[in-house]
Write a protein of this length. Structure first.
Lengths: 218, 218
DNA sequence: AAATAAACTAAACAAACGTTTAATTTAAAC
DNA sequence: GTTTAAATTAAACGTTTGTTTAGTTTATTT
């Protein structure tokens, strides 16, 4: 019996297996139908638990969303730094960073989608500290890397560093949100070939883009 | 008294001023709080009309969303082609295309956001033909432009053409969806400086990116 | 001016919503 | 084995949801 210990709301929240099972179902349904488009009865039915368990375990539907986001972002330790500390050249390092980021957001795409949609709402009062912290951490690592490359004369100094990550993640998500259109364009069919497409073609495109931008921008 | 004539569901839908006023309010609220997060009573209250008018005019809340999307996409004639037909060089043409696309989606960002969020839902049954048609039209124009540049030896042949537009639009939308984070990073404050930022800094970044990609990708 | 059609309204509808209650079963502690 | 706590349940709570009804006002047509 292994529980998932989670720092949350300045206190520690332990998630047992049943809670995690509920969150998995909630993640799927929120990503498919939106937060407001998903009822707690749907979640409880699909997770095979009583409706009251959601309030019992998480307090409310909204607090369950908080728990989900923090649960998914909790293990976002900066593996970037280990990539940047190896002895590859700058071009190879860019490729590794992009491949890592794309694989990561693809794996957590459902929660990212929920955050993207709910985050900008005035009405929603979600606790996205962990998400913002991770975003900031990632940015600082990228910033240091690019500035180092600029100092060594490998990277162009004309690049807008804060907008590099939006280009990486934005390309992925715009593809993902419009996958029905783009998979038709690429003649892809099932979910497996989507994974493959992301890991090969899409990743390669973003790698090319960022390499060209960092090296040749003017 | 000028009405807006709209082709819709294989028939012609005429929108009078009151209907357009309702759609403007609905667009704002849908973009802010989502489709499911917005009630018809909210819309009717803010638009200063009776609740029943929404069913009376559009049939249902969902059909109103259809009407909104088609209303906003209706005037999306391909101005791209006029840009591409002038006598600028390739580099300048890229700049003009990017500036045009960014300005366009920024202007219609609210409806784009709604489409992005509702489009991927299995549960939602929205009619996005106009949107898809416009997407396809735009892609074909871009494709022809890039292939011409490749033939003339100006553009790299290593570029994945279908993924160029996702990079342009994705960069914009990832910035827009996370604007709270990025405006803090850029130390922007009000809505005006956001418009300015999009028209100058963000547009320039995407121009740099696409130019570098098309010319130097390998 | 009378008749017809369109625009608009307040009220009511059933269904679905998130949450709470009170009772019961299961597990842990003593 | 008894007591205490935690987990689980079915039912009910009061709101809010999108939509419809039936009636009234305003505009257009004859």
């Amino acid at each position: 019996m292994f529980n998932f210990v989670l720092e949350f709301n300045n206190s520690i929240m332990e998630l047992n297996e049943k809670q995690m099972q509920i969150l998995e179902v909630a993640e799927k349904l929120f990503a498919e139908n939106g937060f407001d488009g998903t009822s707690v009865r749907q979640i409880s039915k699909e997770a095979d638990v009583n409706v009251a368990m959601i309030s019992y375990y998480f307090g409310s539907k909204e607090k369950m969303l908080d728990a989900l986001i923090n649960y998914r972002m909790a293990d976002f330790k900066i593996q970037l730094e280990s990539i940047l500390s190896n002895d590859k050249n700058y071009s190879e390092k860019i490729e590794e960073i992009v491949a890592f980021v794309v694989a990561r957001i693809h794996k957590n795409r459902r929660t990212h989608k929920i955050v993207n949609f709910e985050y900008s709402k005035d009405s929603r009062n979600i606790n996205i500290e962990k998400y913002l912290q991770q975003k900031d951490d990632n940015y600082r690592v990228i910033e240091a890397f690019v500035k180092k490359g600029q100092k060594e004369g490998v990277f162009s100094k004309e690049v807008n560093i804060p907008l590099i990550v939006p280009t990486i993640m934005g390309t992925y998500f715009h593809f993902y949100y419009n996958k029905r259109f783009y998979t038709a364009l690429h003649k892809l069919t099932d979910e497996i070939s989507l994974d493959e497409f992301v890991n090969t073609t899409l990743t390669k495109h973003i790698q090319q883009t960022i390499k060209a931008l960092l090296i040749y921008a003017n």
